[in-house]
Ligand binder design. Structure first.
Ligand code: GLC
Ligand code: CA
Length: 527
């Protein structure tokens, strides 16, 4: 059966930074609602909204204190209902972000769990006795710095947290917890949500014996939590085989609603990515590596091909999200970086699955400048050398008015240097050659040529390095990400260029085709 999301394109919204409707400096649900006309003009099929639930906000919403309530800084349930209705009227689906790996420490479940070992909610979380020396029970570390364990002095036990101490990890071996989440999923589906982006989807189940993770490499800088986390092989804290069973259960819960399940996944190796999308569990997973890689085109293409060969429909392709430096910056900066970013996105449009853009990616936005005193991300504020995620999370530049049109007169929650007119929606919208127009054209091309994502994929032979050719029925996607031109032998027949990431070239080609550098072509067989 073909589901609504097949062939679709999603768009990630960080609610704090997208649009502020009531002028308090924080983006909100009504702000998103007000920008739906822009999103339908852009042509996307679905929005994924990062968490808007009740939350102390220490990880900006990824610390949920009530999974069924909206944080008043973002609006009300009534606002949400209206957003859904308006989005659906425009054929835009709404995907909400569910955070099942951990709750906020202010969640009622954790507050109960703190009452003592006999409390019925104790077992909603992961508690262990101290190691013989009184220290943490094993060597697991938090993504956000320090050990993954904090001592609860009242009970003398440690609790596990793969993120902040204020984000205690939930115990997915507890059947009662599994039932709670079934109900939470139904709650949002009943309100009209069309799917879930599942935060840290690979993290839920932990090793039953809580064994130490092997350390792969020595740690150079203990003050950089990302480096410390990466120094370990995450054999026991992440990506456990049993996690997929949770999603088989979720699949049955959401099936009657035709809701899509999209996991945030960072498995231990490429060959483990497809395990999450076996047909009866998640529908797609984000394959995150291109979101933090620097410009290594041959390496990137090799990975994309390997992951795509393991599943054609099961990946949500992304190069940008709210957790990483923006691709335009990461891939080299300026128009060079922007061009590379578009070349990658263009190729991803031929890889099947359900690709996503991150707000502002369509404008070719670079990382913003945020003064050290204004940093918000705990990775930066709680560590000596943590590289925080604020530079990608600044407000969306709509126009050149106050705060780039994000808010009428309030200071944005995350102040940053204003973007120039050329970076705004207002200016790029009317310019046929802008990055925004290029992205919009690309979205249209994918919609016009369903073979691009629906026909059987066939990787054609290409020399080693940064060149690939993928044929799908009447369509051909050609990537030349080398710094020089490259002549490729086209399959027999005449091919019409329908999209080129680096120019507005169109026209018919055949035989040997001389590809421009660092770009991707989409072609259709001419009949
Ligand atoms: C995911 C989110 C990130 C968050 C973390 C903890 O990686 O994308 O923003 O900080 O999970 O919930
Ligand atoms: Ca607001």
């Amino acid at each position: 059966m073909t589901s609504w999301w097949h062939g679709g394109i999603g768009y990630e919204i960080y609610p704090r930074s997208f649009a502020d409707s009531n002028n308090d400096g924080i983006g909100d649900i009504n702000g998103i609602k007000g920008r739906l006309p822009y999103l339908s003009w852009l042509g996307i099929d679905a929005i994924w909204i990062a968490p808007f639930y009740e939350s102390p906000g220490l990880d900006h919403g990824y610390d949920v204190s009530d999974y069924r309530a909206i944080n008043p800084i973002h609006g009300t349930l009534a606002d949400f209902d209206e957003l859904i209705a308006d989005a659906h009227a425009r054929d835009i689906r709404v995907i909400v972000d569910i955070v099942p790996n951990h709750s906020s420490s202010e969640h009622r479940w954790f507050q109960q769990a703190l009452q003592g070992r006999d409390n019925p909610y104790r077992d909603y979380y992961l508690w262990r006795d101290p190691a013989p020396d009184g220290g943490p029970p094993n060597n697991w570390v938090s993504h956000f710095g320090g050990p993954a364990w904090t001592l609860d002095e009242a009970s003398g036990q440690y609790y596990c947290h793969l993120f902040l101490p204020e984000q205690p990890d939930l115990n997915w071996s507890n059947p009662a917890l599994r039932e709670e989440f079934d109900d939470i999923l139904r709650f949002w589906c009943d309100r009209g949500a069309d799917g879930f982006r599942i935060d840290v989807a690979h993290g839920l189940v932990k090793d039953a014996q809580f064994r130490d993770n092997p350390q792969r490499v020595p740690i150079q800088d203990p003050g950089n939590p990302t480096e410390v986390f990466g120094a370990f092989e995450h054999l026991y804290d992440m990506d456990q085989d049993g996690t997929v069973d949770v999603y088989r259960r979720w699949n049955r819960v959401v099936e009657p609603y035709e809701a899509v399940l999209i996991g945030e996944s960072n498995p231990r190796s490429l060959d483990r990515v497809a395990r999450y999308v076996r047909g009866d569990s998640l529908h797609t997973v984000f394959y995150l590596e291109p979101g933090w890689m620097h410009w290594k085109p041959a390496d990137l293409l090799e990975k994309l091909e390997a992951v795509h060969r393991s599943t054609d429909t099961g990946i949500s392709w992304v190069i940008d999200n709210h957790d990483n430096s923006r691709s335009a910056t990461r891939f080299g900066g300026g128009d060079v970086g922007r061009g590379r970013s578009l070349a990658v996105m263009t190729f991803m449009m031929a890889l099947g699955g359900f690709p996503f853009l991150w707000e502002g990616q369509e404008l070719g936005l670079a990382d913003a400048e945020v003064d050290a005193g204004n940093l918000e991300d705990p990775i930066a504020t709680r560590n000596e050398h943590g590289v925080g995620r604020d530079a990608t999370r600044t407000v969306m530049p709509w126009d050149s008015s106050h705060a780039n049109g994000f808010s009428e007169s309030a200071e944005p929650w995350l102040p940053s240097a204003l973007r120039g007119p050329a970076e705004t929606v207002a200016v790029q919208r009317d310019d046929r050659s802008s990055w925004l127009s290029k992205h919009r054209d690309l979205i249209k091309v994918r919609r016009t040529h369903p073979d691009l994502w629906g026909a059987t994929p066939q990787w054609l032979e290409t020399p080693p390095g940064a060149v690939r050719a993928l044929r799908r029925g009447s369509m051909l996607a050609l990537a030349n990400w080398k710094p020089d031109r490259f002549a490729i032998d086209l399959p027999p027949g005449v091919w019409t260029i329908v999209y080129h990431s680096a120019s507005t070239d169109t026209g018919d080609v055949s035989g040997t085709f001389d590809m421009a550098p660092e770009s991707t072509y989409l072609m259709v067989a001419s009949t």
